[in-house]
Design a protein around this ligand. Sequence first.
Ligand SMILES: Cc1cc2nc3c(=O)[nH]c(=O)nc-3n(C[C@H](O)[C@H](O)[C@H](O)COP(=O)(O)OP(=O)(O)OC[C@H]3O[C@@H](n4cnc5c(N)ncnc54)[C@H](O)[C@@H]3O)c2cc1C
Length: 302
Amino acid sequence: MTLLDKALVRVLPVVPRQLVQLFSSRYIAGATIDAALETVRALNTDGKLATIDVLGEEAARESEAQAITQAYLDVLAAVERDGLDSSLSVKPTALGLHLSYSLCRENLEALVRDAARTGNFVRIDMEDATRTSETLRLYRELRESGFDNVGVVLQSYLRRTVDDVRALADLRPNVRLCKGIYVEPRSIAFTDYDAVRANFVRALDALLDAGAYVGVATHDEWLIGEALRRVKGMDALAYEFQMLLGVREKRATELVHEGHKLRVYVPYGEAWYEYSLRRLQENPAMAGTIAFSTVGRLLGRR
Ligand SMILES: Cc1cc2nc3c(=O)[nH]c(=O)nc-3n(C[C@H](O)[C@H](O)[C@H](O)COP(=O)(O)OP(=O)(O)OC[C@H]3O[C@@H](n4cnc5c(N)ncnc54)[C@H](O)[C@@H]3O)c2cc1C
């Protein structure tokens, strides 16, 4: 990222919400469950699978955690009713992790249990590094309680990740592997672009050695190539690629046509603004367009 890009990313929070909404609409299915279902239907028609994220982070009260849990239960029911192919992606703090571990565990188990009933699957998203150990504990406890329709996420920017793969190996885990999106200190995370890539490949190798089911979640062409080389000759049901809604859609379609499973992360909900800021901060070119157009509007007003 150049200095200019960094500066633009910093001004994003003062950009008018409507403008952020305009530019980020490609990353978000919409504010309602119907918008999410519509998006999933279109993806399924294209041969793509989905995973639905009900937007909302850090429930501040138990009632908020219950409300998000209920929203996910409604998604499971709607996905089954409409015969769609979409799993769930859930954030532990949205289910109350920072309020209490047991509250989160209870809410998560309710989702995993209900998903099991309908043959569906729950992915536990990974948040910042202060949550990693508890999130892995949630995953282990659910698996040890007999649920196998649950998976977790590992982030290749964390130095601990290959050790985490080894620690999970006895479970033959189901893991989404991604680079990681939060800002973490150098003491615990690789910050160099190539080091994050190299650790992604190390973690991928360790996961495949452990017989894990891997969701390769990246838009990075170099990493997609490394993954393709490794899964060559493997049963196409034993792994999948994953991408975010609105990002590298053409490449996603190519992977489907080449016979790979491809899952798209579909966020929806009222909390679209915070999610949009994160996506735009990842993509400074888009952030730049927004910032320049805001400055243009402000100047135009004078
Ligand atoms: C399905 C899925 C689930 C995820 N779940 C988590 C999670 O649980 N926890 C977590 O910390 N992170 C998660 N992430 C985010 C991930 O950690 C990365 O931050 C994100 O995917 C960008 O990294 P990249 O591997 O695509 O590589 P990058 O090097 O960031 O991107 C490679 C190329 O992809 C394109 N690209 C990437 N992002 C965008 C964008 N927003 N808009 C337009 N083009 C873009 C650009 O061409 C870029 O050059 C998830 C990502 C995916 C795909």
